[in-house]
Design a protein around this ligand. Sequence first.
Ligand code: OAD
Length: 257
Amino acid sequence: MSDLLDCRQGLPALPPALRERLGDADEVLVLTGAGVSAESGIATFRAALSGLWARFDPAQLATAEAFREDPARVWSWYEWRRAQVLRAEPNPAHRALADWAERPGRLHLVTQNVDDLHERAGSRRVIHLHGSLHAPRCFDCARPLDTPPLPDAEEQLVAPPRCPACGGLARPGVVWFGESLPEDALATAWALAERCDLCLVVGTSGLVQPAASLPEVARQQGATIVRIDPQPAADFSGDWQLLGVAGVILPALLEQL
Ligand code: OAD
C-alpha cells in the first residue's frame, strides 16, 4: 500500500522519510506520460472527455492497417498533433526535470510522449519509448525522412510525402498499436529500472505495456517509487503517491530537496 500525499493545494512539507529518499537518491529514473505535457495544452489520451482516445478511434489512426487503408487520414492526424506541439511551450514540470538533472547524482528521463517538450526544456538524452512526432520515416524501407512543412490549414487532409530513396510513403515515427518499441530505447530503460534507487512516475495512467512495467522492475530491485498524478491509482504498488499536477509538484519538490 502506498502513502497518499494530497498536493492539490500545493506541496505540503514533505514527510521526513520521503524527503530523505528523494534527497539521497544517486540514480533517479523518471518515467513520464502524457500528463507531464497536459499543462502545456497537449491533450492526454484517456481523460474521459478531452482525451485523444475519447475523441478519436485508435484503430483508425494508430495502427499499420489504418495507414495502409488511408495513409492521408493517418498522416494528417499526426501532422495536426505535430503542429499543436510546435505551438506549445514546455511547462514548469518539464523545466523542473531538466533542472533536477543538474543536481548531484544522475537523473535519466524515459518518456512515453512523442512530443519534444522535455528536450525544449533542456533535458538531454531523453529516451523515447514510443517514438517521436518529429522523426518520420519511410513506411517501406524505414529510412529516416525530413519533416515536411506543415500545411497552412491545420485540419487539411494531406498525403504523406514520398521517400526519395524508394518512393515509399512517409509514416510518422511513432509506435503504433501492435508494433514493438524501439529495441535500444526499451533495453536502456529496462537496464535503468534495474539499477535506479528512485523511480518517479509522472503523469501516466500506467495502462500501456511494456512501459507500465518499468516502475515494478525498479521496485523489485529495492528502489523507492513515487507517483505524481492528480488521480490516485488503486493498484499502485509503489511507496508514495503525490496527488496533484506535475507543474506544481515537481518544481516545489525540487525546492524542498
Ligand atoms: P494517459 O492519457 O493514459 O494518462 C495520462 C495520465 O496523466 C493520467 O493518469 C492523468 O490523471 C495524468 N495527468 C493529467 N494531467 C496531469 C498533470 N497536469 N500532471 C500530472 N499528471 C496528469 O497517457 P499515458 O499514460 O501517457 O501510446 O498513455 C500511455 C500511452 O498510451 C501513450 O504513450 C500512447 C497511448 O496510446 C502511444 O502513442 C504508443
